[in-house]
Structure formats: C-alpha cells, structure tokens
Design a protein around this ligand. Sequence first.
Ligand code: MRU
Length: 349
Amino acid sequence: MIRTIFWKNNTVVLIDQNALPIAEKYIACKSYKEVIFAIKDLTVRGAPAIGVAAAMGAALGALHLLPLPPKEFRQIFFAICDEIARARPTARNLFWALERMKKCFDHAKHASQRDIVKELVSEAKRICLEDIEINRQMGKYGSPLLVDGDNILTHCNAGALATAGYGTALGVIRAAHEQGKKMHVYVDETRPVLQGARLTAWELKKEKIPFTLITDNMAGFLMQQGKIDKIIVGADRIAANGDTANKIGTYSLAVLACAHHIPFYAAAPQSTIDVSLKTGAAIPIEERKSEEVTHFKGVRSAPEGIKVYNPAFDITPAKYIKAIITEKGILTKPYRVSIAQMHKGKKRS
Ligand code: MRU
C-alpha cells in the first residue's frame, strides 16, 4: 500500500509528491512550520491528505509547547492551528481537521500538558486511519456504478496520494478493479502542476490498472469520439447545494460530459462538504504563483514579464453532477436535501 503520510518518532513523514514519479522518497517534518511549508509547496496535496497533515502538524506544534505555562500553552496551540489553516484556502478538510484538533484539546484540557499532547497525537493518528476506512467505504458504495468494459476519465489525482490511503475517486476505481471488473482509465495530465501525469499515472501503473494518459485539451475530442463512458473526480469543497470545487479544469469536463450525455460523478468524504456555504460562489478559490504556468520544474516555457492568471480550482455547478459518492452512501439531486439528510446523520445509499 502507498503510504502518503504517517507519524514517526515525533515527526510527520510525507511522501514527497513533488519528487514523484522520478523519485519515491519521504521527508520528515520536524516542526509545524515545516508541515505548513509542505502543504504550501504541494509536497503533500489533495484535500483529505492536507487535512491529515494539518492535524499532525498541530500535534507536532503542541509537542514543542510543553515547557510553556498552561494559559500560553492553550493560546499558542490555537494560534498554531490558525496559522496552519492559512496554508491553503480551498480544501474544506484542512479546516475540518483543525477544528477537530481544537475540540480534542478542549476535551482534554483538565489533563496534564503531557497528556493533552498524547491525546492530540492520538487524534491526529485517528484522523489518518479513519480516512483510509472512509475511502474504502466510498469504494464500496461507488464501485457498483462502474461496470466491465467502462472507459473512465479522471482529472487531477484523487488517489492514495491525495488521502491517507486508497483514494476517493481513484478509490472507487480501485474497488471496482479489486472486484475483478475490467476497466480502462483515461488520465488527464492536469495542467499546470501535472497531478494526473505525475501522480495518477504513477498510482495506476503501480496497481496495474489499464490506463492512457492524455493532455487536458484532448478530453472533449475523446468524448465526441465516444471513448468515455463515465467521469469520476474528487472534490476540495462541496457547498450545501452540491456545487463542487475541484482542480481547475473539472468544470469544463462537467459541461462537456453534459453535452455528450456522459455521467459525471464526484467522490468525497463528508469532511469535504461545507454546509455553512449555501452555494459554490462562496467557496474561496486559491490563486497560485505564476511560475507554475510559466515554468516546468524550473525551466521557463513562456516569455519573461508577462501577465499570468493561475486559479488552482474551479466550481462545477451541482446540476452537472449525476451523483456524489460519500462514505455514507450515494447522494443524488436535489443535493440540498440529500446533503442535509446526511449531515443530520440519516444515511443514503
Ligand atoms: O492542488 P491539489 O493537488 O491539492 O488539488 C487536489 C484536487 O483538486 C483533488 O482532486 C481533490 O483534492 C480531491 S483529492 C481526494
């Protein structure tokens, strides 16, 4: 199994996703600041993996506050959580995980500082292990949507690398593959950072799931040629009405899928759903540095001194999404109702 992130000897160990697929190496973050840097520079990326990294980063931060007096211990821990929360703005899982860590702290507040830290480390490890289980559940609910002979298009990387393990959208494909279904995956390269070409292709190759890599601008032509049966993507944040933020380029795929009558699915855990936001218009969209567009691995591919716009995510309106696959079951339209029901603890499948 691919190990994306784990806690070892009071460090947060991450597979270096910037080094993949050329090198498979791990880095150990020794401080919460190093974890923030790793989130910002995409060493760890993908909404659920960012959430786990944030939780472990917070635990690491608390560990180094042990010598402080109680009042400062709490105050600075909460400030560290807020600092980690500023690492990236779109993935809901980042904020969800930090809220959970703050609650854990307050729950344990009458214990000794050493025991509070123990609790925080355990909570972060729990968030990590739960994520793998949640992804397997998503695979269980989502795999019946895929059948023998399907050609499935996916965008970005919503696999083991984007989570604590197994994956969301790729987890559903993985589960169907484990059931013996013979499918083929088209992988969008995913400009500008190439999460598809570098990471999804790496994972599928490792798993021996048949796939073909295409550039993003080929997807429409393949749909027109009848080469795509289904599209499945992950999500960074889903609003209460089902509008979904995911890697830039997802919206174009959803519109094309609609024009070609191809079912378009999103797979995401409940922790990605933000019921406090009525629609996708309220989801903050991260803008990243222009070098991601003008350069590749440090090599310039555009003229110097030009204007660049680099939004990292876009919003797919709920109307284009046939179903949202979650660990609690399959959500269908109207999402305002199915999401609210799930939030209240009523399962749907
Ligand atoms: O910028 P990234 O690589 O963090 O963006 C990741 C995505 O858009 C994924 O599709 C999303 O987080 C779902 S991951 C299970």
